[in-house]
Design a binder for this molecule. Sequence first.
Ligand SMILES: *Cc1c(COP(=O)(O)O)cnc(C)c1O
Length: 358
Amino acid sequence: MKESIQRLNSYIPEEPLEKVKQKYNLTHLVRLSANENPFGTSPTVKDAVVKWSFEESNRYPDSYASELRDLIMKKTGVPKEQLVFGSGLDEILELLSRTFLEKDDEILVAGPTFSEYALHAKIEGAKVVNIPVLADTGHYDLDKFLDNITAKTKLIWLCNPNNPTGVYESKKNIRDFIEQVPKTALVLIDEAYIDYVTDESIPTNFELLSQFENVAVLRTFSKVYGLANYRVGYIAMAPKLAEYLQTIRLPYNLNSLAQTAAISAFKDQKFVQYSVQKNAEEREKWEEFLQVNGIKFFHSQANFIYFKYFDADKLADKLLQNGFQVRRGLQKNWLRVTIGKNSDNVAIQKIIASDLNR
Ligand SMILES: *Cc1c(COP(=O)(O)O)cnc(C)c1O
């Protein structure tokens, strides 16, 4: 057993909905703890999956995900050889640490941020340097990031918008930051929630790829595309780096059904737009609600909202008893709630309001 693994706690995955229902004796349960798309999945995906030819079951899938790759290249302008697909973005996160980190290397992450960046670094025996977000706004402390770069810093993780804070860093701030990062460190911009950003008209940082060889952009089909079950994510990076990842990834990491679903979902940008618009409307109402009630929160540009509550665990229990599962345990007294459908948001806010008045 690798020494680095003995001390680790694994990522705690979501329990199946039915199991949670049984455990708490619930008839109705809405999961708002995993940032899944509350509007489901594009109906075109259902057609595509049902029509998928079962006769291909005995054949290995297309290892290169050619059709999906083509589509993404056309939409993003990123050349094909710069794209690497993974079984969910999770696999890409793992591959990055496996490829670039050796024992005693360092990575920089925000505190709090997506926990898997640190998990995979620790498996490789690397050191995780945690830079707290700014207490009042939740923004990245990018100056502190720069101060903490050493010759051993190999990976710098920017989750944008950040999970769990929901806070978005502008393209200008990210560019200014990257211009000061030495070429020995790779900056990874995780854009899992980028489609939900409305504060900037073209929020993605894809354009940095052609100017900086030490920048990569990561995307997933699990969130706004509503395909969490199919496990499709990808990274766009310099051709030479992409080749390293291609070399060590499993050859058939994306099965044909997953590819079929992703192709279909990607073509239905109307569903994406609908989800983004609904989310933005509900997000605004959430922020208004929290503001009015004097609850501390960070300005969100994602499909979830992160707020501080004096009795967070009790509130989470109360919400669960009422059929709403939210994310706790990220920071003491903070909860992360996926922005749901209007009726669910209204119901949750009612429960919070009555809890405040108890
Ligand atoms: C959900 C999430 C992922 C992982 O997505 P999958 O494609 O489902 O593996 C990666 N990064 C962030 C920030 C996420 O929130």
